[in-house]
Ligand binder design. Sequence first.
Ligand code: 1CP
Length: 348
Amino acid sequence: MSKIFVDACLRKPTPYTPVWMMRQAGRYLPEYMAVRKQAGNFLNLCHNPALAAEVTIQPLDIVGVDAAILFSDILVVPNEMGMKLEFLAGEGPVFEKPVKTEADVDALLGGEEAANKLTYVYDTIKLLKEQLDARGDEKALIGFTGAPWTLATYMIEGQGTKTYNICKKMMYSNPTLLHKILRKVTEVVKLYMEKQIQSGVDVVQIFDSWAAAIEPSKYDEFSWSYMVEIAEYLKEKYPHIPVIMFPKGISAFIERGLVYGNFDVFGVDWGTPMAMAKEKLGNKYVLQGNMEPCRLYDKEATTKCVQGIQSIMQGEGHIFNLGHGILPDVPVENAIHFVKECQRVSKK
Ligand code: 1CP
């Protein structure tokens, strides 16, 4: 039996349109909170393969999604390149010493040396593969990375930012230094994704969550070209593994920068009309998305949106998802409702 999610990524026929949710393993689930408490904190949870595997599987059983996404975080990569990282309660990730100079970049571990430090991620994947195979329900496992640009925003700013002023100052006044950072991260990410594939993930997704921070004329240069390079490296070596690209917030220039590249699925954010994405990209890529995550607060609003997306995509070249991550205060029963509705309205 083949996995419905993998089939959909490769545009093969499926009995219904598969569905998963970005950030599906997380704080809206009381079961997740219990395991995080047991781990002590978020990073300990990422470092503990048995517990990370447990929370990866939770949404399969509780919410009924068709694919599991590896439980980890995009920021383990710069962390293992040598940047000390903490997740502060209520504030999010903080790097103790942001990258400011060429010497700071040179001091970071690169390539194999950094990728080899992420053994706890590969161990989690191996454990998950065993557990998913034993279940026999053919749910796929998605591996992931942050895009080099999105990772660089945290490395340069030291934390989440609303203005991106420190990295944009670098973009315009010292682009060579920004490229040096992006190049070093790209080389680690290529090997990191390759090792995730070798450990057993079925599909990989590249999250460019902060794509919209870059002005359209600079997007290719500072983000998309690096993402495409990673995708092409992986597709050349592992053509059977689908690659999903998720550049969030670029609907204004979706067709310009994004009609090339060797990958399989394009993640559509909630600000992009699905009909427009279909018209511009639907012949080339399977589209994933794109319900506005806050619709999950209301079941009727959810059903309406799911029906609307279905009427556009009609079960062809589509994967249901949210247009960004689920928020922590969404009732679990509403998430279950979303998943059931996607599976119901698309049933062939
Ligand atoms: O308190 C907690 O338990 C930590 C909350 C949390 C969780 C559950 C963080 C902190 N990361 C995660 C897990 C996570 N992060 C996953 C797991 C799998 C799943 O989706 O279920 C994934 C794929 C990520 C990816 C991630 N981390 C992204 C890209 C996706 C997106 O949502 O745009 C980003 C930007 C991060 C950074 C991050 N991690 C955590 C926080 C609070 C942040 C900062 C977000 C910000 O700057 O606004």
